[in-house]
Design a protein around this ligand. Sequence first.
Ligand code: ZN
Length: 343
Amino acid sequence: MPKSQYVDFKSVKTSVTMEQVLQHYGLLEQMKRSGDSLSGCCPLHGGTNSTQFRVSISKNCWNCFSESKCGGNVLDFVAKKERITVHAAATKLCEWFQLPMEDNRTAVASRPPRPWPPPKLPPSSPAITVLKEKPKTEDETANPPLKFRLEHLDVTHPYLTERGLTPETLMDFGLGHCAKGMMAGRIAIPINDPEGKIVAYAGRWPGEPPGDVPKYKLPPGFRKSLELFNLDRATKEPSDMPLVIVEGFFGAMKLYQHGCRKVVALMGSSLSAAQEGLIRKHTAQSSRVVLMLDEDEAGRLGREDIAVRLAKFVFVRIHAFDQESAQPENLTAEQISAALEVL
Ligand SMILES: [Zn+2]
């Protein structure tokens, strides 16, 4: 890691919980939970004393009551565990939990502190970060590109075959099953900004998640409302082709795989103002847009609203499915071209 790498220690400390760090190490299950605290054998010094190590969830700090009494925050823990400096620990945490990092050059002078607020994570749901609305500054109009790549993503995971994605599609989109870090146990899907730089990985649980585990996990601080999945590739397609808008990652990837490459996903069933702006920016007047949202309550509500808004500057057509709960992901190549030919 170059010396110039700027890491905001305070943001790292407040964005990542001790629980998440223990979970990252696979240690959370071994801890005993009681009220606000977790306790167990010390992950740093070992031993069999099951009360030697203690975490305060609300204070987000830890203590080891061994002879070499020590304690601290998440950075101190990772630094000790990995035998690295606190700075290196902060960098590692940024990588594991997909927190933005910046170069000194761009971060020091002109910029206000990092836009992402220090989210307080409820102990039971490490996956979801609720962002508080803050007054918009110029710095908040973009998700910063990630300074790392998740490596060794497994493209042979059965879930990917189950969803019908070919090796070519997996390669083009760069997704795969992730073994380590924040997206451990999930399918990591890179999300690019319009320039094609990765700004986040979304983590899809492979299958039906158990209990209250969320199907999708997004990194803290990432605002999906600012991106359209696959926009960077879609804009390279001919301008006279219609732009197809779908809800989800897999719908977009399947249409792409079937040759309909000018497709973007909302990552939901509504269109944010920023997404509307992106479409306006990247489509010529008299362009055509096909709304292909899921055939369910949310999809129908979403497409009515989106159609009205987009019709102000492009030609919009709604593709309605005959069958309730049909999704674009399940269309065959023939059905897709039939749907687009009517235009
Ligand atoms: Zn210890």
